[in-house]
Design a protein around this ligand. Structure first.
Ligand code: HEC
Length: 294
């Protein structure tokens, strides 16, 4: 085996390696989000697809080789018989000729125009049919467009479209407002309430955000007991609201205004106030000053 032959023999091995690598990386990426059966199925589909493409390419190549052999044979026979061999054009060439209405170079004199400008002569080439029909199509489209958008006004122009979308967005915003009018809450209106909706929302926030430090029952752990009558920063609803909003950063109580909306702070403040006197077991000793109002 000589050197060039060896080089040719090496190529498929490199191909296979690259293919294997692609397969592995694809399956790896897929395996993250999919179950094992799905991954196996996917790999199978990819392998079958690749094999199909290879088979297709090989058959096309073989067909072409066969074609060339047949044509050479025909030409040889024609020469032997002393007749002109008929031109064998591939279907693709024939297709291009039809689609472009092309005139072969040998027949060019049929479309040559009469005039001669210092030796420069003009061919009256046809417009390619595909181009012509596309052009007619654009005209038809233009007419339909003009009628629909400008004559009958059946479809909205850009400006109207914009207005319609804005109106839809407005309607959606209003619907959202109607669903939660509480978002309109103004701090000046803050007052103690036992509205069950507010307390329920506050309880949820408390369980999610506050229980880590104040315990789920408000009895206190890192943060103080919130169920007694003693308060470090004031026990009225406005003080509680402000403590939650601004926090006590030096002492480890977070300023919640960055994370909770005013409405949410109102809800959780009311919930905290509702814990008064629940006396949970293991509650922390009272801290701060006695507050008995409300
Ligand atoms: C990281 C722990 C931590 C989290 C989470 C936390 N707090 Fe606090 N909280 C504290 C600490 C510590 C204090 C005591 C501050 C001080 O000593 O001045 C406190 C104080 C308070 C006070 C004042 C009590 C008083 O005696 O005046 C209220 C009210 C309060 N927290 C409510 C909440 C609410 C409501 C949440 C949830 C939105 C919350 N806290 C989340 C640690 C926390």
């Amino acid at each position: 085996m000589n050197k060039t032959n060896q080089n040719i023999r090496k190529k498929p091995a490199g191909w296979m390696m690259a293919l294997l690598l692609v397969l592995l990386s694809v399956s790896g990426a897929m395996a993250q989000g999919n179950s094992q059966t799905e991954t196996t199925l996917l790999i199978a589909v990819i392998v079958v697809g690749i094999v199909a493409v290879i088979v297709l390419l090989v058959s096309i190549y073989t067909l072409q080789v066969l074609n060339v052999i047949l044509r050479t044979e025909e030409e040889r026979k024609a020469k032997e018989a002393g007749v002109e061999p008929k031109s064998a054009k591939s279907w693709w060439q024939r297709f291009l000729k039809v689609v472009n209405r092309r005139v072969d170079i040998e027949e060019e004199d049929t479309i040559l125009l009469d005039h001669n400008y210092d030796g420069i002569r003009e061919l009256d080439n046809h417009l390619p049919p595909w181009w012509t029909y596309l052009f007619y199509l654009t005209i038809a489209f233009g007419v339909v467009y003009l009628i629909l958008y400008h004559v009958t006004g059946t479809l909205p122009l850009s400006e109207e479209e914009y207005k319609i979308e804005m109106a839809e967005a407005q309607a959606m915003a209003e619907a959202r407002q109607a669903e939660s009018p509480a978002e309109e809450f103004n701090e000046a209106d803050l007052k103690l309430t036992d509205d069950p909706a507010i307390l329920e929302s506050g309880a949820k926030i408390f369980a999610q955000q506050c229980a880590v430090c104040h315990k789920a029952d408000g009895g206190g752990s890192i943060g103080p007991n919130l169920t007694d009558d003693y308060w470090l920063h004031g026990g009225d609803i406005k003080s509680v609201y402000n403590t939650i909003k601004h926090g006590v950063p030096d002492k480890g109580m977070i300023a919640w205004e960055a994370m909770l909306s005013p409405t949410q702070i109102r809800d959780v403040a009311n919930y905290v106030k509702s814990l008064r006197g629940t006396n949970p077991p293991g509650a922390k000793a009272p801290q701060g000053e006695l507050y008995e109002g409300e």
